[in-house]
Design a protein around this ligand. Structure first.
Ligand code: NAD
Length: 283
């Protein structure tokens, strides 16, 4: 079994981003990301801090906009509009989930697709689905880059994706389909999950349930990508895969932490750098 070391790969990619970023700075271009946080949710605050710190490490300027939980939808949309019009800013990220009184769809669509470095705008989603170059959501992009780096081709492979959210499962299915895989997308209503996972060469799980994937649910030699992040009562961070037993059967497996998580952050940085190039380098 080989561990898919997302942490090490992300740190190598960060070095490349730092080098590319400093070349841009020499041309007077400062890649800039605006990070919007609404409320005080501990997990959201932690994710935002991680993203801001990652920007600092690679020389991307970040502008954090923090708003109270009770900010009105109108006020939030006004702030997004200002950020969107600001020529200095290349990418805008709105940390999800937003409070219930705010229409997330409206907020995400208020970001112009050129600044949508999270890849959540329907324009970018549609382009990804059609196999046209676009900003892909950071987690699926990170998974694809991790597989590529370990020379794991998805072409002609059977892939089971467990979890069908707009930010993880669905865009990952599009990227893998475009890369030539045969995909089963499973979700809470899937009747016999093991039927799909057992026939898969590659199993990707992003659900949020510790130990959902057990050793008897995967075939010998499968590649297992654990996207889930769960904090246990004892404070330990685990994924959705029963790592101890599954790792004995898998050919490759991601650890949690240190697998998909760091790849997600670095993919956001890559998207931001790309947005800066697209917007600020004149042909
Ligand atoms: P979500 O709640 O939006 O979606 C969960 C999906 O899992 C849904 O499609 C649901 O139908 C499915 N599901 C739920 N229970 C299931 C079951 N028993 N069997 C099969 N499918 C089931 O969640 P999300 O935002 O997509 O996040 C999913 C997980 O991925 C969470 O643990 C989250 O923390 C993690 N995550 C990790 C990263 C990262 O960088 N590693 C990024 C995003 C999300």
């Amino acid at each position: 079994m080989i561990l898919l070391d997302g942490k090490a790969l992300a740190s190598t990619i960060e070095k490349d981003i730092t080098n590319e970023g400093s070349k841009l700075r020499n041309q007077g271009i400062v890649p800039t990301l605006a990070v919007v946080l609404v409320g005080e949710d501990a997990a959201s605050c932690a994710y935002v801090n991680m993203k801001v710190k990652a920007c600092e490490r690679v020389g991307i300027k970040s502008i954090a906009k923090k708003m109270p939980e009770n900010v009105s939808e109108e006020e939030l949309l006004k702030i997004i509009e200002e950020l969107d019009k600001n020529e200095e800013i290349d990418g805008i990220l709105v940390q999800l989930p937003l409070p219930k009184h705010i229409n997330t769809k409206l907020v995400l669509e208020a970001i112009s697709y050129q600044k949508d470095v999270d890849g959540f705008h329907p324009f970018n989603i549609g382009r990804i689905l059609a196999g046209i170059e676009a900003f892909a959501p950071a987690t699926p992009l990170g998974v694809m880059n991790l597989l590529k780096n370990y020379n794991i081709s998805v072409r002609g492979k059977n892939v089971a994706i467990i979890g069908a959210s707009n930010i993880v499962g669905k865009p990952l299915a599009s990227l893998m389909l475009n890369a030539g895989a045969t995909i089963s997308v499973c979700h809470i209503l899937t009747q016999d999950l093991a039927f799909f996972t057992r026939s898969a060469d590659i199993v990707c799980v992003g659900v949020g349930k510790p130990d959902l994937i057990q050793a008897d649910m995967i075939k010998e030699g499968a590649v297992v990508i654990d996207i889930g992040i769960n904090r246990l009562e004892n404070g330990k961070l685990v994924g959705d895969v029963a790592f101890e037993s599954v790792s004995k059967k898998a050919s490759f497996i991601t650890p949690v932490p240190g697998g998909v998580g760091p790849m997600t952050i670095v993919s956001l940085l890559q998207n931001t750098l790309l947005a800066a190039k697209n917007r600020k380098i004149k042909n």
